[in-house]
Design a protein around this ligand. Structure first.
Ligand code: GLA
Length: 389
């Protein structure tokens, strides 16, 4: 955890007074369950020891001021009812959360000043946006005295992203940032919204290899996959099947329906149905201490994303292939939405930084630049660090 004094000091420099509340929320790694969340299947993620921090205080006038250590722009608004125009502003995540919390009873009186700090890299597939949403959501609730459950807060943050930022994401990122646990993974039943913890053995760690590659159309490709999954459900309904989401479907039923479905749509559905069953198998294997067997399913998950869901890129495939041959690596796969981003590896302690560097330099030999390499430790979810409100 970062020391909070420098965050307070920066808040004083920018806003000329002390913050009332300081909160933090972690980034996440998608452990397994690629695009299963919005199909209402299960997913497993890990909250990691890299966080977004929010410092806030209320002010009497109707004024909303935002500053951040990562962005040079200082944003001042006198209304928050519509998204800020221009370059996918980070402020939209914050006003999206604020607006959704108003619907849950947050007072609309006056305004606030809010400062964001972070040691979580952006654009690394670690969901800095969900961490920003959860940290600001926690801070706003504390500052305004709104008591809502963690599950409601995670859902309000997800809806802010759906409505205010326009990404049709599921609950994975916000759920893991909210319910993370040091020493464990978070399992989410996305249909029932049940969050539980799967212990992760101490000898295992999670590594991230971030390619910094991002498909120019990544948001629209994500939405395209979302739509393709909906079309699969509609196609199955047209065939007379009683399904309301892909999580309702078994592989046997899908196999029988496949010849009548569009080929591409059938591949997307096959990925989701297979991935849902891998998530549950991984959960049981980890609970039984069979990490090596769980690791094999991580490799299978990658192959399915690559071949059936078609959201990998050659850089991610290359990293997964090299990691497969490394001592101590139990499993590896692309993590997050895909079309760029990062690969995660589950590794024992004998996979050391030296091996990680050899992976990075092989990658550089092939693609000309090094991936960013991070060893992550699991961490607790969103919390209040200090409050005088
Ligand atoms: C992104 C989204 C998540 C999830 C993953 C893919 O991270 O924000 O909701 O859909 O992609 O599994």
């Amino acid at each position: 955890m970062k020391p909070i004094e420098p965050i307070k000091e920066r808040f004083r420099q920018v806003f000329g007074g002390d913050p009332a509340v300081i909160s933090a929320a972690p980034g996440r790694v998608e452990f397994i369950g690629n695009h299963t969340d919005y199909n209402l299947g299960p997913v497993i993620g890990a909250a990691i020891d890299r966080r977004v921090y929010v410092a806030i205080r209320r002010v009497e006038e109707r004024l909303f001021r935002f500053a951040s250590s990562a962005y040079s722009d200082f944003v001042s608004l006198d209304e928050t009812d519509s998204p800020v125009a221009g370059r996918d502003s980070w402020v939209n995540y914050l006003i999206g959360v604020y607006n959704n919390l108003i619907r849950k009873g947050l007072s609309t009186k006056g305004g606030f000043e809010l400062y964001v700090d972070s040691d979580l890299p952006t654009g690394a597939g670690l969901s800095s946006s969900a961490a920003l949403e959860l940290a600001s959501g926690k801070a706003l609730c504390e500052c305004y005295g709104l008591e809502i459950g963690l599950e409601d807060l995670a859902v309000a943050c997800k809806e802010a992203e759906n409505e205010f930022v326009g990404v049709p994401c599921g609950i994975l990122d916000q759920g893991v940032s909210a319910f993370g646990k040091a020493g464990g993974l978070v399992h989410i039943d996305c249909r029932e919204m049940v969050f539980s913890v799967i212990p992760l053995a101490d000898e295992l760690s999670i590594w991230i290899f971030n390619t910094h590659k991002k498909h120019a159309l990544v948001e629209s490709l994500y939405s395209e996959r979302y739509e393709e999954c909906l079309s699969a459900v509609n196609g199955l309904v047209d065939l007379g099947l009683e399904v309301s989401c892909l999580a309702d479907l078994s592989m046997d039923v899908l196999e029988r329906a496949k010849p009548s479905l569009d080929e591409k749509i059938a591949k997307r559905a096959e990925h989701i149905v297979g991935e849902i069953s891998r998530v549950e198998t991984v959960r049981h294997l980890l609970e039984e201490g069979k990490a090596e067997d769980a690791g094999k399913l991580l490799f299978q998950s990658h192959a399915s994303s690559k071949n059936l869901f078609e959201n990998s890129i050659p850089e991610l495939d290359y990293l997964v292939d090299i990691l497969r041959s490394m001592p101590g690596v139990v499993g590896a796969r692309l993590t997050g939405g895909g079309f760029g981003g990062a690969v995660m590896a589950l590794a024992r302690k004998d996979f050391t930084r030296i091996y990680a560097e050899s992976v990075a330099s092989a990658y550089r030999g092939r693609f000309g630049e090094e991936p960013e390499t991070l060893e992550c430790h699991t961490a607790d979810g969103a919390c209040i660090l200090e409050s005088v409100s």
